[in-house]
Design a protein around this ligand. Structure first.
Ligand code: NAD
Ligand code: TYD
Length: 359
């Protein structure tokens, strides 16, 4: 029995592969294009592990995916591969359309053809799990109830619109062709191996480097944070027992305004790695021009997953964020290596376009 994981060199996919192989004997074929966000160093601990086969390639490459399916005959495909950063989608939506929509379509086509060739028993056991985001539901007002799976799709960024399109394709392949799909829509993840273009790792990395901590707008946008390993356990559970064609929202009941997150990170660094001059890291906070079309609030209602499949997150935000900050302090080499020329180019471009504003 084998699993085909796509995007398994990225933040969540790599955490998933590492946890999966730590807990199961089942081999993983890991298909990843290795864009700027994919990093084989994250998977270094699997070197020499015969259960992990890494293949560099594109989910949109029908011939390659078909070959991998025929060769390895996985019992499931777990699709993490995507362009994932909202700010990048604002600067250049093209790659998001290509990978998230066209790529998912080609992947579904290859999987559909393969699934059609299986025996009745294999067909019944097969799963295609699509990993998606709460951002497809749009933005909530302050007192709105959290997103349920029945919330209408109202994506606001090129990223969320492209993910929404992929979700619709996955749904259609179930409805039309009977493909045994499962979809998970998760809130913001954080944890080890998170690329430092996203809020939490960017704040940790910038704080330690003595750089400004850029908070967009008034910093009162709310996100619902989930420790990445809890997301991975939710995916394992949905893969094991989710109802076919069903959607499961995944969240940690941890709604927090961005500015509170930044202060929490600063306070942990003050405790664990105080600045040489004794000043608090919070003095580096710099309010910058807001993101265009910035969604105000996301919040996930994860009751379906809890009630039907008995899943609950293991970490509180307090325990998860402490582990995360400690991980970045313990792994300066990983951080240094991902801060390549391409990373520096992005940070230079993004934060020169978002100048500091008076607090
Ligand atoms: P990431 O950007 O860290 O990693 C994406 C991975 O996909 C990278 O390794 C990249 O090389 C690979 N990839 C990109 N295009 C590809 C292609 N065409 N073919 C094959 N591989 C390709 O993203 P992440 O944060 O790990 O997110 C994983 C998935 O989870 C995405 O689908 C994302 O939409 C979803 N998601 C993320 C979050 C979050 O907070 N990070 C929250 C909810 C849902
Ligand atoms: P991000 O990590 O990019 O995730 P997403 O946009 O998918 O939610 O951003 C999380 C929140 O943090 C979002 O409201 C934007 C904000 N943010 C900043 O204030 N400053 C930053 O430098 C970044 C990258 C994000």
């Amino acid at each position: 029995m084998t699993l085909l994981v796509t995007g398994g060199a990225g933040f969540i996919g790599a955490n998933f592969v590492l946890d999966w192989l730590a807990q199961h004997g089942e081999p993983v074929v890991n298909l990843d294009k290795l864009t700027y966000a994919g990093n084989l160093e994250t998977l270094a601990s699997l070197e020499g592990d015969a259960r992990h086969t890494f293949v560099q390639g594109d989910i949109g490459d029908f011939a390659l995916v078909s070959r991998l399916l025929a060769e390895h005959r996985p019992r499931a495909v777990v699709n993490f591969a995507a362009e994932s950063h909202v700010d990048r989608s604002i600067h250049g939506p093209g790659e998001f359309i290509q990978t998230n929509i066209v790529g998912t379509f080609q992947l579904l086509e290859a999987v559909r053809a393969h699934w059609g060739s299986l025996s009745a028993d294999e067909k019944a056991a097969f799963r295609f799990l699509h990993v998606s985001t709460d951002e497809v539901y749009g933005s909530l007002a302050k007192d709105d109830p959290a997103f349920t799976e029945a919330h209408r799709y109202e994506p606001n960024s090129p990223y969320s619109a492209s993910k929404a399109a992929s979700d619709h394709l996955v749904r259609a392949y179930h409805h039309t062709y009977g493909l045994p799909v499962l979809t998970t829509n998760c809130s913001n993840n954080y944890g080890p191996f998170h690329f430092p273009e996203k809020l939490i790792p960017l704040m940790i990395v910038n704080a330690l480097a003595g750089k400004p901590l850029p908070v967009y707008g008034d910093g009162m946008q709310v996100r619902d944070w989930l420790y990445v390993k809890d997301h991975c356990s939710a995916i394992r559970r949905v893969l094991q027992a989710g109802r076919l064609g069903e959607v499961y929202n995944v969240g940690g009941w941890n709604e927090k305004p961005n500015i509170e997150i930044v202060h929490t990170v600063c306070a942990l660094l003050d405790e664990l790695r105080p600045r040489a001059d004794g000043q608090p890291y919070a003095s580096q906070i710099s309010y910058v021009t807001d993101r265009p079309g910035h969604d105000r609030r996301y919040a996930i209602d994860a009751r379906r997953l809890e009630a039907e499949l008995g899943w609950k997150p293991a970490e509180t935000f307090e325990s998860g964020i402490r582990k995360t900050v400690q991980w970045y302090l313990d792994n300066p080499q990983w951080v240094a290596h991902v801060q390549s020329g391409a990373y520096r180019e992005w940070v230079g471009k993004q934060y020169s376009d978002t100048p500091a504003v008076a607090a």
